[in-house]
Design a protein around this ligand. Structure first.
Ligand code: 6MZ
Length: 367
C-alpha cells in the first residue's frame, strides 16, 4: 500500500513552507547558529526532535524555526527542498503558503523574503517546477520554465506550484494589507491567493477583515484556518469567517451544530489535516474526526499535511491514515485525490491538465 500511495498522483493545498522543512535541515541550521553562539544547540535539539506537541508548543516551535530560517539564503534553500520533497512523492500540483517576513537587521523586507522563495522555485533542477510568468505582449499567463524531461539520465518529475501569502494572526491591519498588496504585485510569479493562519489563541478577526476584503476585491483567492481551541471557542469569529465565504477553509474545527450546518450548506471545500489535528490535540482521536461526517455527506474535501516537517508526515501518509482509520479502498482514495483538482486556485486549463494526469495514471495504478 505504501508504494501504491506514493505512486498515486496527489494534490497538496494546505502546506506551510516553514512547517514543511526537513528535520535534518533544521538540525543543521540549529547547529550552525549554535556554533555562532546565537542559540544553545543542546536545548534546541530536544525541541526539534520532540514528537508530541500541544498547539501552544507548536507555535513556540514555529518561533524557533523562524529564528533558524529567516535569512534570504535559507529561505531559498528550504523552498527548494520542500518542492523536491513534495515532487518525490508524486504531488503533481502544490499550493505552498508562507508568511512574508520582515527582518530589518538583515535588510529583509516582505518583498525580498518572497523573492527568495521564488528563487527557491527556480533553483530545483532535479524536478521540473512549473510556476507562472507573465508575458508582456499577450498578457496571458504561461509556464515559466521550459519542460526538460531528463536530469542525470532520469525522467524528471513535474510539479505545478502556486503560492499563497499568509497573514499571521499576530499582524496588524497595516501589515496584513502590505501582504495583500505584495500578493497582487507578485501574481505574475504564481501568487494566487491569501491565507490567514497563525496561533488561534491570538488576534481579532476585525484586524484582518479589511485586508481580506481588499484581497477579495482584487480577485485573489482566499482560504483561512478556522480552528478554534477548546480554551477559546470563539463562536463569533467562526460565524464571521463562515459569513465571509472564502473559497476554501483550513481544518474546520468548531463546536456548534449550527456552524456545521452552515458549512455543509455552503459547500466550501475543507482542507483536512489529520495528523496535525491529532498531534496538536485539536481533535481528540481519529474515530471522532469530522472527516467521516463530511466525507459521508459528500462535502468537498482535500487531505493535506499542514506541516509535514513539524508533524513528520507526508501527503501519502495522510492517505494511508485515512485508509486505515476510515476504511477507504484504493479506488476511493484515488477519487478523493482526483476530486481535489476541482478546488485548486487555478483556471480550467490547469484543472484539465491535472485531470489528464490523473486519468492517465489509472492503468498503472491497477484501477
Ligand atoms: C495555524 C499554522 C499552522 O508561514 O512561516 N501555521 N497556523 N494552524 C496551524 N496548524 C497547527 N501551521 C502553520 O510557516 C509557518 C507558519 O504557518 C502558520 C503559523 O503562522 C506558522 O508560524 P510560514 O512559512
Amino acid at each position: 500500500m505504501d508504494d501504491w500511495l506514493v505512486s498515486m498522483p496527489k494534490v497538496e493545498l494546505h502546506a506551510h513552507l516553514n512547517g514543511s522543512i526537513r528535520d535534518s535541515t533544521l538540525l543543521q541550521l540549529a547547529k550552525a547558529l549554535g556554533e555562532k553562539g546565537v542559540i544553545d544547540f543542546s536545548e534546541v535539539e530536544h525541541v526539534i526532535l520532540k514528537s508530541d506537541r500541544s498547539i501552544v508548543e507548536v507555535f513556540k516551535l514555529f518561533d524557533l524555526i523562524h529564528i533558524l530560517t529567516t535569512d534570504h539564503k535559507t529561505v531559498t534553500r528550504i523552498t527548494k527542498e520542500v518542492i523536491a520533497d513534495f515532487a518525490s512523492e508524486n504531488v503533481v500540483y502544490l499550493e505552498l503558503r508562507t508568511t512574508p517576513k520582515r527582518n530589518d537587521s538583515i535588510g529583509m523586507t516582505k518583498r525580498s523574503y518572497m523573492e527568495a522563495v521564488v528563487k527557491g522555485l527556480r533553483a530545483e533542477s532535479s524536478v521540473d517546477v512549473v510556476f507562472m510568468s507573465y508575458t508582456a505582449n499577450g498578457g496571458s499567463f504561461v509556464n515559466s520554465l521550459p519542460s526538460n524531461d531528463e536530469y542525470n539520465g532520469k525522467t524528471r518529475k513535474k510539479i505545478y506550484v502556486r503560492l499563497l501569502l499568509s497573514i499571521d494572526r499576530r499582524e496588524t491591519t497595516a501589515a496584513a494589507m502590505e501582504t495583500v498588496m505584495l500578493a497582487v504585485e507578485m501574481r505574475h510569479l504564481g501568487v494566487v491567493g491569501i491565507d490567514l493562519s497563525g496561533n488561534p489563541l491570538v488576534g481579532e478577526w476585525a484586524t484582518y477583515l479589511p485586508a481580506l476584503e481588499f484581497a477579495r476585491d482584487q480577485g485573489l483567492y482566499i482560504t483561512f484556518t478556522v480552528e478554534r481551541c477548546v480554551h477559546v471557542p470563539n463562536r463569533q469569529e467562526v460565524q464571521a469567517m463562515l459569513e465571509f465565504s472564502p473559497q476554501r477553509i483550513g481544518h474546520a474545527i468548531f463546536f456548534e451544530e449550527e456552524d456545521w450546518r452552515k458549512l455543509k450548506s455552503s459547500k466550501i471545500p475543507v482542507e483536512i489535516c489529520l495528523t496535525s489535528n491529532i498531534r496538536t490535540m485539536s481533535v481528540r482521536s481519529l474515530d471522532v474526526h469530522h472527516f467521516v461526517d463530511l466525507y459521508n455527506g459528500k462535502h468537498p474535501l482535500v487531505l493535506c499535511t499542514d506541516d509535514s516537517g513539524v508533524f513528520s508526515t507526508s501527503v501519502s501518509n495522510e492517505y494511508k491514515i485515512a485508509a486505515s482509520s476510515f476504511g477507504l479502498g484504493k479506488r476511493e482514495m484515488f477519487e478523493l485525490a482526483k476530486s481535489a483538482v476541482e478546488f485548486i486556485f487555478a483556471d480550467d486549463a490547469m484543472k484539465n491538465d491535472l485531470r489528464k494526469i490523473f486519468d492517465s495514471s489509472v492503468k498503472n495504478l491497477g484501477l
